[in-house]
Design a protein. Structure first.
Lengths: 349, 416
């Protein structure tokens, strides 16, 4: 009997607590990001300080970056998230499909203060990252000097890993075939250019291992499955810094891109979402992420706030900008669907 | 004649009415068991039948283009269908494009048309931008100035796309398409993809089924013929990996099969190969992993049949002068066939839906149809195409099942 009365007291306490906590509930903002080292960095740089400053609790979720999940939420009218991190090409796709909300920049920040292409209609930039080449100097005796060396199978024999996606690979293929960086998208916009890019990829097709998730390149290098791999610079740097891997990054020929954050259509707390977007878009806050993962700020006036020891590792550090290409998101918005289809058919052949 | 009459007149010689009465009483029995199964059937219908039907209906129902072009559609009624429509249709098109842009449907329309006519998307967005400029009065000449709108192929696509009921996605799923003059043709080779993937999926399923049978049959025979305790231990050994999730087992195979993994180490140490083999991201690695995962599904039905066969039957066959092989083929094997069929059918059909193992262990050329369906659902957001591929897979699977059932007699599966 004593046990029973204890139970009922406990139950009553819980019920009362629940009542009180519900009436005094903190405001909650739900953010879905693509996990891994990158989400950890966002937590340290932005989620926790933001909660401290505003008292708004941040609820985190993870996903693979596939818009299908967001589409399912929007289509069924049950949108439990307020913000979602996405890639630039995906922002355009989601914007066109009406899954992502067009943003009101008067509530965020001055749009002209962002690096060109990092403040879009449906997504605001979080950071700039580089698509780079990584290798293990213990395996490759001779060091590659450019990302384009991935096409040189005589000098660097062995398997190499590339992302299972046409973007970047087609650009690199054209550049390796002799197209100057400033003409890449012009050439890729023609059927002959597309044929030319796939023809170049054909030359190394049998040596390619394809990766999907951002964490895979470091694993493929670590298990010596491949001798070199394309990757997002922060993931490789993370493996070097925290897992003490001996990897090296080749910056020449890198492609610069932006990570973005968007509000899904039908989000329950758009005002809180805007508050968060305004917070992270302040130059001093935008620069903070670089201390936790080596991705650079997207605001032109944020560089001065980047911690001195983080700066040299960023993709847009001056010494990494000898030869690079800025990804043309509009090109991929227009041609992405057709090229993905062609790429998948090419893979399956 | 009703039941009451039957009871009061038991001596009636009308055997046909007796048969009818038996049927009636059995019907009541059947109705009762049906009523008992009703909750399950309802659940199946609600959670399985209806969602699948709704999803599959997406493969043939796509009103995007019809919704985006109401005025154009009306203006096109009087058009002969040859060449380019008259000016009033073009004017209506301009109005439709403007309206779509204002209510935010333009890009969905562009995407819908782009799926049918590659490259259409950028032309549509460009046209809308041009029409949106201030002071454009002559919308018809704006549209006429764009080669895209004066090409007959564009209009043929729009005419077909205006029907909400469309065969486009189903045709695409088998590498076919409508051409400009209204007949069905094969898509160009650089776009052809799905027939190859379907063939690969069925080939993979057949290979894995055969491999599990070759490995599973002797093992099942061994387990059923050893003493009970040893048999129980062996069964646990077979089932143990069955209790771990498929993802864990797949991940374990990536550790074993990788270039500097255990399998390569052992092969090198034994001197079987001189260089390290590429087992990961290859067809061979995929067959190995899938065979391991599917082995219990093939083995258990075979084992359950073998257990019921008395050893005395084989002894009787020997005593009647049968050689071991003849006795096995004439006495033992025919009794095991239902188990073999049940096991193989289970494995084959499960293999058709494999997704996670090909994604992790297979190379780019080893992806099965489920990987493509997942890609259309998750990445490309083209659920119509995903539905069409699912539909074709379902049809192929059911067709194969029917052939299988007819050839080997499905009723033989019953004893299991």
């Amino acid at each position: 009997m004593k046990r029973n009365s204890f139970h009922s007291v406990a139950l009553a306490t819980v019920a009362v607590c629940a009542l009180f906590s519900h009436s005094a509930i903190a405001e909650e903002l739900s953010i879905m990001a693509s996990g891994g080292a990158w989400q950890d960095a966002q937590r340290k740089a932005w989620f926790e300080p933001f909660s401290k400053e505003t008292g708004i609790k941040i609820v985190e979720q993870e996903y693979l970056g596939d818009l299908g999940k967001v589409k399912a939420m929007v289509d069924t009218g049950n949108v439990p998230i307020d913000l979602v991190t996405v890639e630039t090409a995906t922002v355009l796709q989601g914007c066109d499909a009406g899954i992502l909300e067009p943003l009101d920049y008067s509530k965020i920040a001055d749009q002209s203060k962002f690096i060109e292409g990092s403040a879009l209609k449906c997504g605001v930039g979080l950071d700039a990252y580089g698509d780079i080449l990584a290798y293990d100097p213990n395996v490759l005796k001779e060091a590659p000097t450019s990302v384009l060396d991935i096409f040189d199978t005589t000098k660097f024999p062995g398997k190499r890993a590339m992302r299972r996606f046409p973007a970047q690979n087609l650009e690199w293929a054209l550049m390796a075939d002799g197209v100057p960086a400033d003409q890449v998208y012009e050439v890729l916009g023609t059927p002959e250019g597309v044929d030319r890019a796939f023809k170049k990829l054909d030359t190394i097709k049998s040596d390619i291992v394809w990766w999907d998730a951002g964490a895979q390149p470091a694993q493929l290098l670590a298990s010596k499955e491949v001798v070199m791999t394309t990757a997002w610079n922060g993931r490789i740097q993370n493996a070097i810094d925290t897992d003490s891997k001996p990897f090296k990054i080749v910056w020449d020929g890198q492609i610069l891109e932006y990570d973005m954050i968007s509000i899904p259509k039908g989000a329950k707390n758009p005002e809180l979402a805007y508050k968060y977007l305004a917070y992270i878009s302040k130059p001093e806050n935008n620069a903070k992420l670089a201390s936790h993962i080596t991705y650079g700020p997207v605001r032109t006036d944020a560089t001065e706030f980047v911690a001195a020891d983080a700066l040299p590792k960023l993709p847009n550090a001056p010494e990494h900008m000898n030869s690079y290409l800025v990804a043309d998101t509009e090109f991929w918005g227009d041609y992405g669907e057709d090229l993905v289809k062609r790429f998948n058919a090419w893979l399956a052949q | 004649m009703d039941q009451g009459q039957f009871i009061t007149a038991p001596n009636a010689a009308d055997t046909r009415s007796v048969a009818a009465a038996i049927r009636r009483s059995q019907a009541r029995e059947r109705l009762r068991s049906f009523a008992l199964a009703m909750p399950l059937l309802t659940l199946l219908l609600l959670s399985f039948g209806i969602p699948i039907a709704i999803l599959l209906s997406r493969a043939v129902y796509d009103p995007t283009i019809a919704n985006a072009l109401p005025l154009t559609g009306a203006a096109m009624q009087s058009w002969s269908g040859n060449g380019i429509p008259e000016d009033k249709t073009l004017e209506a098109l301009a109005a439709d494009l403007k309206a779509s842009q204002q209510n935010g449907n333009l890009s969905e329309f562009a995407k819908g048309l782009n799926a049918r006519l590659p490259g259409a998307r950028s032309h549509i967005l460009k046209t809308a931008r041009a029409l949106d400029k201030e002071g454009v009065a002559d919308t018809v000449s704006v549209i006429k100035s764009m080669p895209f709108w004066t090409s007959p192929g564009t209009w043929a696509t729009i005419v077909r796309g205006r029907h909400a009921l469309t065969s486009f996605y189903l045709l695409s799923a088998v590498d076919l398409r409508w051409n400009a003059d209204g007949s069905i043709e094969r898509v160009p080779p650089e776009q052809a993809i799905f027939l190859r993937v379907f063939a690969r999926t069925f080939l993979m399923a057949a290979t894995v089924t055969l491999a599990t049978l070759v490995l599973g049959f002797p093992l099942a025979y061994l387990i059923s013929s050893v003493p009970k305790t040893l048999g129980a231990i062996l069964i646990v050994a077979v089932l143990l990996p069955f209790w771990t999730s498929i993802l864990v087992r797949t991940a374990a195979w990536t550790v074993l099969l990788q270039k500097f993994g255990l399998v390569n180490d052992v092969l090198l140490w034994l001197g079987v190969t001189g260089t390290r083999l590429d087992l990961m991201y290859s067809r061979l690695g995929l067959v190995i992993a899938m065979t391991h995962i599917q082995l219990p599904f093939t083995l258990l039905p075979i084992y359950s049949v073998m257990r019921t066969i008395q050893p005395s039957q084989m002894r009787a066959a020997y005593s009647l002068g049968g050689r071991p092989l003849t006795s096995f083929l004439r006495v033992y094997l025919p009794q095991v066939v239902p188990g073999i069929m049940a096991g193989c059918l289970l494995t084959f059909i499960l293999c058709l839906g494999y997704y996670i193992t090909p994604a992790l262990i297979g190379g780019a050329g080893d992806q099965l149809i489920s990987n493509f369906i997942a890609n259309y659902v998750n990445v490309e957001l083209n659920w119509e195409m995903a539905a069409a591929l699912s539909f074709i897979l379902l049809v192929f699977t059911m067709g194969l099942y029917a052939v299988f059932a007819r050839m080997l007699g499905l009723d033989r599966l019953k004893p299991v």
